[in-house]
Design a protein around this ligand. Structure first.
Ligand code: NAD
Ligand code: DAU
Length: 351
């Protein structure tokens, strides 16, 4: 029997990689991609699989309670992989409410609808919630986030994601909803919207614009290739233990400024510029409010329990990512025209 799997946020960066993987690898599933198509959602991320017989796109908002309830009643999804969210920290600083609605209310609507259609009879069903390492707060120079690290979210974005994680666990505890959660570190790769550090820097370097580095560029992130995250999601969806949390990370910590310098060198090479030309674009700007200093994930649980491991060396992954953005000039032009220009002005002018 065909399983009906709902993937929310499938037109976004990570979601599009997850949808592609599930549609092509599991012809026995029917994959429904529910996405509101906010500024971050783009059906051009999925043109290669949009005609597959086991794929359906549904435009809709997870915040719309009635719509979500009816959708679940109509389709009776066996599984949910929930990625839809407002995802950019800087936007959560300028407009926190959007994050509360989408990330908290939207998640509760999905939990309620899933519970309702199965009437607490959940055999072979799963609600998989995709979360972030930012719920754990900020690390000092040492240590790693484990699955037992206490939550300490420090931005409206991470607080909204932490709330949604708590709600998922509460539904599991109170209503026996079969849930699983994963918390991942920073992703990079093709189709990432150029508000996030790596594609923003690639786009600016290409266009000879300054690269805005917040503060002194000393903040540290743990970078993971997006397809490795999609592979981990696939594994957890199929083999993860119900009720558990899995941390996913690249074991790959970089200070922002070191990452940007590496990216500048790669861009010089790819664009045939003199060595050092792109790094002249680096500009230190006013820091992000409440900027978390360091994230680092201990992913030993998923490695030991499910045999997952990151597959791509970071420098190679970054080179491939640069190639993708240079080869997909039209995609980049399309997403950076119109509203993006206003966003950029609001965020970076006078910074
Ligand atoms: P993204 O911003 O690229 O995509 C989000 C998608 O969700 C978009 O397609 C958007 O249209 C859709 N969406 C937003 N609000 C919606 C709503 N109300 N109803 C329906 N669809 C809606 O985000 P991303 O970077 O791909 O992140 C996906 C998920 O993974 C998020 O839950 C995020 O918190 C989590 N995550 C991201 C990272 C990362 O590095 N990007 C790391 C760990 C976890
Ligand atoms: O850790 C996982 C999280 O990673 C995800 O949950 C979020 O959805 C995702 O956006 C990402 O959050 P970050 O805030 O770490 O990512 P961002 O790309 O915005 O920034 C990475 C680092 O670079 C961070 O320290 C801030 C800094 N930065 C960012 C931008 C956009 C700059 O210095 N300049 C910039 O212009």
């Amino acid at each position: 029997m065909t399983k009906k799997i709902l993937i929310t946020g499938g037109a976004g960066f990570i979601g599009s990689h997850v949808v592609r993987r599930m549609v092509t690898k599991y012809p026995q599933y029917h994959i429904y991609n529910l996405d509101k198509l906010t500024y971050a959602g783009n059906l051009k991320n999925l043109t290669d699989i949009e005609d597959k017989p086991n794929y359906t796109f549904i435009k809709g908002d997870i915040v719309d309670e009635e719509f979500i309830m009816k959708l679940f009643e109509d389709y009776k999804f066996d599984g949910v992989i929930h990625l839809a969210a407002e995802s950019h920290v800087d936007r959560s600083i300028s407009n926190p409410n959007a994050f509360i609605y989408a990330n908290i209310n939207g998640t509760v609507n999905l939990l309620n609808a899933f519970r309702h259609i199965w009437s607490d009879n959940f055999a072979e069903k799963l609600f998989y919630h995709i979360s972030t390492d930012e719920v754990y707060g900020s690390l000092g120079e040492t240590g790693f986030f484990t699955e037992d690290t206490a939550y300490d979210p420090r931005s409206p974005y991470s607080a909204s994601k932490a709330s949604s994680d708590h709600l998922v666990r509460a539904y599991q505890h109170t209503f026996n909803l079969p849930t699983v959660i994963s918390n991942c570190s920073n992703n990079y790769g093709a189709y990432q919207f150029p508000e996030k550090l790596i594609p923003l820097a690639i786009n600016n370097i290409k266009n000879n614009k300054t690269i805005p580095v917040y503060g002194k560029g000393e903040n540290i992130r743990d970078w993971l290739w997006v397809n490795d995250h999609a592979a981990a999601i696939d594994l957890i969806f199929h083999k993860g233990r119900v009720g558990e949390t899995y941390n996913i990370g690249g074991n790959n910590e970089w200070k922002n400024i070191d990452l940007i310098r590496l990216l500048c060198n790669i861009m010089d090479e790819k664009l045939g510029r003199e060595k050092g030309a792109s790094s002249k674009l680096i500009t230190f700007v006013k820091d992000r409010a409440g900027h978390d200093m360091r994230y680092a994930i201990d992913s030993s649980k998923i490695q030991q329990e499910l045999g997952w491991t990151p597959s791509v060396d970071f420098e190679q992954g970054l080179r491939n990512t640069v190639d993708w953005y240079l080869e997909n000039e039209q995609w980049l032009k399309d997403v950076t025209s119109g509203a993006y220009q206003n966003y950029y002005k609001d965020q970076y002018d006078n910074r």
